[in-house]
Design a protein around this ligand. Structure first.
Ligand code: IPM
Ligand code: MG
Length: 354
């Protein structure tokens, strides 16, 4: 199996290094992985003047799966948009057709106390957010800035979804629900947006093919509220690119920390890119403070979805649970009475628990 490893910027290199330790430990047990690294994001801009250099894209295309860290940094914020680090992740998603983004938000029993919500609200919560990843206002044309007749500037973006784009993510949502508690909640803004009107119609049509799945619809503002009020009412949430971006950050805090949430971005053949949902956190980069567990859990998702190594994936997830049960915590999830450890120590502890 060929794995392209793209650590990126900020804490990206530190957290990816921990996930690689875990994969190497599994290699000792006969898992054969061919790993090749390439720069991406700001690191690639610095090295090659391009956040997604052709060589990096080529490596990603040729790989069976991609392990991605994070991109971005304040020093790149003034660059023209096409050169900014974020274009690398957006470009990879689009170029590789990674339209289905799985963001599981599950509370480890050990971390119930780390959430800002009351334990009885989050305990036992297990949500899968399925975010459409290659359409919507993120990619819709036209977009830009223009000068109006009265001389002031106007910025504009286009929210759009075609029927086929909605249909394929809806199918992915129903299939995911079939493997879980068979409840699918489609989130839109159908009371205001035409895009959402079509979204709701198409999801409702697709539902006929999955009679055993209970489908509900929810407006995105209500969904944001319900996630805090009663997150356990949700099983699978399917939604568009921008609503999914926002709701998945919100859901991460229910689990205690954004440093815990992995993700998988899959194409139609389950080739995937695996990354933590958090960003590059330049403020804590290089300080051995970042939580590597979201990246390690992303590597577990890679084993499960792209490499068909369910047993190895189970082992990694169990090792993470064991380390948490032993009381090891990075700063973001630390509570009095627990043992605070750094990024590298957390990685080592997961390897030892394996
Ligand atoms: C995410 C991130 C990205 C997004 C950024 C870095 C472009 O927030 O993966 O959720 O908006 O999709
Ligand atoms: Mg985001």
């Amino acid at each position: 199996m060929k794995i392209a490893v793209l650590p990126g910027d900020g804490i990206g290199t530190e957290i990816v290094a921990q996930a690689l330790k875990v994969l190497e430990a599994l290699a000792g047990d006969g898992l054969r992985l061919e790993i090749e690294q390439a720069p991406v994001g700001g690191a690639a801009y610095d090295a090659a003047g391009d956040p997604l250099p052709p060589a990096t894209l080529k490596l990603a295309r040729a790989a069976d799966a991609i392990l991605f860290g994070a991109v971005g940094g304040w020093q790149y914020d003034q660059l023209p948009r096409a050169k900014r680090p974020e274009q690398a992740i957006l470009g990879l998603r689009k170029e590789l057709g990674l339209f289905a983004n799985l963001r599981p938000a599950k509370v480890f029993p050990e971390l119930v106390e780390a959430s800002t919500l009351r334990p009885e609200v989050v305990s036992g919560m297990d949500i899968l957010i399925l975010r459409e990843l290659t359409g919507d206002i993120y990619f819709g044309q036209p977009r830009g800035m223009r000068r109006l007749d009265n001389g002031e500037r106007e910025g504009f973006d286009t929210m759009r979804y075609s029927e086929s784009e909605i249909r394929r993510i809806a199918h992915a949502g129903f299939r995911a629900a079939m493997k879980r508690a068979k409840k699918l909640c489609s989130v839109d803004k159908c009371n205001v947006l035409e895009t959402s009107q079509l979204w709701r119609e198409v999801v409702t049509e697709v539902a006929r093919e999955y009679p055993s799945v209970e489908l509900s619809h929810m407006y995105v503002d209500n969904a944001a509220m319900q996630l805090l009020r009663d997150p356990k009412q949700f099983d699978v949430i399917v939604t568009g690119n921008m609503f999914g971006d926002i709701l998945s950050d919100e859901a991460s805090m229910l689990t205690g920390s954004i440093g815990m949430l992995p993700s998988a971005s899959l194409d139609a053949n389950n080739k995937g890119l695996y990354e933590p949902i958090h960003g590059s956190a330049p403020d804590i980069a290089g300080k051995n403070l970042a939580n590597p567990l979201a990246t390690i859990l992303s590597a577990a998702m890679m084993l499960r979805y792209s490499l068909n190594q369910d047993r190895a994936a189970d082992r990694v997830e169990a090792a993470v649970a064991r380390v948490l049960a032993r009381g090891l915590r990075t700063a973001d999830i630390h509570k009095p009475g627990m043992q605070q450890v750094g990024t590298a120590q957390m990685g080592d502890a997961v390897v030892a628990a394996l």
